[in-house]
Write a protein that binds this ligand. Structure first.
Ligand code: COA
Length: 398
């Protein structure tokens, strides 16, 4: 049970979007003179998504949310929470822009949340509280990010892009989130993006140890507060800056609690992230989407969902999958979305990467995206967006 006064609250529906392009990591390995196995096995990544010149976190986030609005309408939505660590404005929230693009009622608050990759989970927890306070309300949560590191850096193959949107509601159809969670915060400089940079700075090695510390600390806190034991958890989902990170952390957790760990257990949750690359705030929810789509035995199972945001905050939540959840997922929808991306050559990727800028100078972007929303350009210092007339990301792949 979750929420105050016995209200059951959780994730009612969830949808995914990603960037227009895909870069095959075999091509990047060839360019960098690296054995492709380093990327596929060493990092656990096969490709990464890249937004077109007329896409960004807002267009991806709104594209993820659109099918939810089409399926459920706007009734009860009085809050839009937009989690991102690749924000496009220092003041105006991406939530307000998405709210406008989606045609949501003016009787809704709209806010952006930031704490590196943890922001999506912070939004989920805030949403649970809002719905518990008034179960007639629904909260639209959007987690959307473009992971950008410097060209030719060690972190380059762990870039990516993606968005997940979900509705948080009382008596949810997909997952009921349980009330106890485990927390761990520590001030660490493992990854950050100063205001004058469009690419993140990262101490990759430190981020591995900081991530593990956060998982173990969150587990200990949850075990103490919620009385949960390792055997009570049926499936694990972790934040995946690269999927190997989740494996490393889970190995450390297994050792910490003295539990057996069959490494193939986590593979289903890696399926989409291996293909999109890092999607920061969306990453753990993309893992959740993969599990819901591809694991056929989840009814009544308890999931553990570990979120890590560099800097750092970790939170471990648990949830119970609802009976009948499978009927709500469209088999093959996300795989189709990923298959439909347009391959980009390494030369074109490098050019697009270098051209990506956060400047407020006037410009018109080329028309490239086939998604439902476009980042048209910058006018009078403000970013302009438009609906393209294309259907939802789900329609786009049939
Ligand atoms: N075949 C198979 N595996 C190989 C290989 C090969 N030919 N060559 C190397 N590897 C393995 C290495 O053994 C290593 O595995 P291990 O970590 O299990 O030992 C892995 O590939 C990576 O190699 P490494 O030399 O450590 O990579 P790197 O120094 O080039 O960069 C990161 C790796 C993770 C540090 C870097 O990609 C990074 O910083 N990414 C960003 C991480 C991030 O975003 N953190 C913040 C959020 S948590």
């Amino acid at each position: 049970m979750s929420g105050g006064a016995g209200v059951r609250v959780g994730i009612h529906d969830l949808a995914v979007a990603t960037g227009h392009h895909v870069l095959d990591l075999d091509d990047l390995a060839a360019r960098n003179g690296v054995d492709p196995a380093k990327y596929h096995v060493g990092l656990g990544q096969d490709a990464f998504s890249m937004p077109a010149a007329d896409e960004d976190i807002v267009t991806m986030g709104a594209a993820a949310a659109l099918p939810l609005i089409e399926r459920h309408g706007t009734d009860g939505i009085r809050t839009v929470l937009f989690a991102t660590e690749s924000g496009v404005d220092q003041s105006k929230s991406a939530a307000v822009v998405a709210h406008g693009l989606l045609g949501l009622p003016s009787t809704a608050r709209a806010v952006e949340l930031k704490q590196a990759c943890y922001g999506g989970t912070a939004a989920l927890v805030a949403a649970l509280g809002i719905v518990a306070r008034d179960p007639r309300e629904r909260v639209l949560v959007i987690a959307s990010d473009v992971a950008r590191y410097d060209l030719d850096s060690a972190a380059e193959p762990t870039q990516g892009a993606g968005a997940v949107a979900f509705l948080v509601a009382a008596d949810p159809d997909l997952i009921e989130i349980e009330p106890a969670s485990g927390l761990f915060s520590a001030d660490v400089d493992d990854f950050w993006r100063p205001n004058d940079r469009s690419t993140a700075l990262v101490d990759g090695r430190l981020s591995v140890t900081a991530y593990v510390d956060a998982l173990l600390g969150s587990w200990d806190d949850l075990a103490e507060r919620g009385g949960i034991a390792p055997a009570d958890i049926d499936r694990w989902l972790h934040h995946q800056p690269f999927t190997k990170m989740a494996l490393k952390a889970h190995r450390a957790w297994s050792k910490h609690v003295g539990a057996e760990f069959d490494e193939t257990e986590l593979a289903t949750g890696f399926t989409y992230n291996r293909r999109t690359g890092n999607s920061y705030t969306a990453s753990v929810f993309l893992a959740l989407a993969a599990l819901l789509d591809l694991d056929d035995d989840l009814e009544g199972r308890r999931l553990a969902l570990f979120s890590y945001g560099s800097g750092s905050v970790g939170e471990l939540l648990t949830g119970i999958v609802k009976p009948g959840y499978r009927a709500l997922r469209r088999a093959g929808q996300v795989a189709g979305l990923l298959d439909a991306r347009v391959p980009i050559s390494v030369d074109d990727y490098r050019e697009l990467h270098a051209a990506t800028t956060t400047t407020s100078e006037a410009r018109q972007n080329p028309e490239v995206t086939t998604g439902p929303f476009r980042f048209v350009g910058v006018e009078a210092g403000a970013r302009r967006y438009a609906r393209t007339g294309v259907g939802t990301s789900e329609d786009a792949i049939g």
